[in-house]
Design a protein around this ligand. Structure first.
Ligand SMILES: O=CC(=O)O
Length: 358
């Protein structure tokens, strides 16, 4: 119980953070917790009904934080803590106008997302989706081993293909962690496109090139990135500035043997254009952790129907270790913003950029 007379702060928690993390919040008697009771995404109506008078709220990337919600919360609200590295679901203009602190969870998910990016590159290149469906559907007995059966482009370099270029859209921490995982495959070149208004960091690129013994680490324009990449990994933030950066024009420039991976936000890739690219063989395959409009991606979605598209439902950070870290940071961010202390990671609203340093 709170000491009599000490203030209690109402905190709305949009998802139960589990037995390892909830005690962090429950043990702070200054906090009066209001927790969404169900094991599914928090219902908007419930959130609007419960937010008035809250000092803090812990949200997921499925919870939209906009003026409507902030107005309902009222002047007591001090912080929004999201259990995610991305914060496209938060209206930063609206929160910065109200002087709120935003907590998020970078770094702790870098490795998990990089791991899954490599998994999707391999799955998409090596016909993982087609092969797995064939076995699940009982087709193996009719599929005997054949000299070129289910062959795909090899990710690692070979005598026949001594050059392998990986391209990144966005070249932050997760891209660089992904690059480090691809180096042992013999990747020879790393190309990337990032915020056109920031100049390339030539010294950093040269350091990476020498660290990994690559032939090049180079910032290029989108045309060159599309034309040259054998594996193209999309790892940039969502939002208007990156909307459909991978569109029909981009996909038409890619190699027929190239593989596209998206482990950032669905909005960066035009789904219809990608489905057409796969159907018509402009590129080899795609591995997607995110799709525009998710989770509304039904069986008859144009991308789900493409055999060369491997899709998983936004699980790039879903390891037991990483999610525990993310939940812990979300709780610690909230506690620090309300009760004092350092937030593990606070969104810098001073520059008011929509681009998180992912
Ligand atoms: O997509 C996942 C995240 O932003 O944490």
């Amino acid at each position: 119980m709170a000491q009599s007379g000490s203030p209690r702060y109402k905190v709305v928690v949009c998802r139960n953070l589990g037995p390892d993390v909830m005690p962090l919040l429950e043990s702070r008697h200054e906090l009066e917790l209001v927790i969404w009771p169900e094991d599914r995404a928090c219902n908007r109506k419930w959130l609007l009904e419960n937010i008035p008078g809250a000092t803090g709220v812990i949200v997921m990337l499925t919870d939209k934080v906009d003026s409507e919600l902030l107005d309902k919360a009222g002047p007591s609200l001090r912080t929004v803590s999201t259990m995610s590295v991305g914060y496209e679901h938060i209206d930063l203009k609206a929160v910065s106008k109200r002087g709120l602190k935003i907590g998020y969870t970078p770094d702790v998910l870098t490795d998990a997302v990089a791991d899954l990016s490599v998994m999707l590159a391999l799955m998409a290149g090596r016909n993982g989706g087609i092969g797995y469906s064939l076995v699940l559907n009982g087709g193996w007995p009719n599929f005997s081993w054949a000299p070129f059966g289910l062959c795909g482009p090899q990710l690692s370099t070979t005598v026949l293909s001594p050059t392998r270029k990986v391209g990144f859209i966005g070249f932050g921490r997760i891209s660089q962690a992904t690059l480090s995982r691809l180096v042992p495959f013999g990747i020879t070149h790393c190309l990337y496109a990032s915020n056109p208004s920031s100049p390339p960091n030539l010294q950093h690129d040269a350091e990476l090139q020498s660290k990994y013994n690559l032939k090049a680490v180079l910032k290029v324009d989108l045309d060159e990135l599309a034309r040259e990449s054998d594996v193209l990994i999309v790892l940039a933030p969502g939002g208007p500035s990156t909307y459909h950066v991978v569109n029909e024009d981009f996909l038409r420039k890619m190699k027929k043997t190239s593989v596209l991976v998206n482990t950032s936000r669905g909005t960066l890739v035009d789904s219809d254009a990608l489905a057409k690219a796969l159907r018509e063989g402009w590129i080899w395959g795609a591995g997607l952790d995110v799709v525009e409009g998710e989770p509304n991606v039904p069986k008859d979605h144009p991308l789900v129907k493409e055999p060369k598209c491997v899709i998983v439902p936004h699980i790039a950070s879903a390891t037991l270790e990483t999610r525990k870290h993310m939940a812990t940071h979300a709780a610690q961010n909230l506690i620090a913003a309300i009760l004092g202390g350092d937030m593990p990671a606070q969104v810098d609203l001073s520059a008011f950029s929509l681009i998180p340093p992912c």
